[in-house]
Design a protein. Structure first.
Length: 87
């Protein structure tokens, strides 16, 4: 099993060039905040991720891929809304 420091480092570096902060609560849940450092805009905030399920590199890769997909989907949805709104 990975240490919490290694776990945080892997997840936080998985979202580059965006910034990412991981906070591990005493109950073993993880909060992940992905944001643009220059503007402070938060692209994703996920709470309650179970650290006990992140036991392999595959599990970490799957989590990062899933969260990146959510970010992309939200950004795509926002772009469509902005394009369709009357000026």
């Amino acid at each position: 099993m990975l240490s919490t420091l290694e776990l945080r480092n892997i997840i936080e570096s998985g979202f580059l060039p965006l910034s990412c902060t991981c906070i591990i609560s005493p109950d073993g849940s993880l909060t992940i905040k992905v944001y643009e450092a220059s503007s402070g805009r938060v692209d994703l905030l996920v709470t309650g991720v179970s650290v006990s399920e992140l036991t392999s590199s595959r599990a970490l890769a799957n989590l990062i891929a899933e969260l990146r997909s959510e970010i992309a989907a939200c950004q795509g949805s926002f772009r469509k809304t902005a394009q369709n709104s009357p000026s």
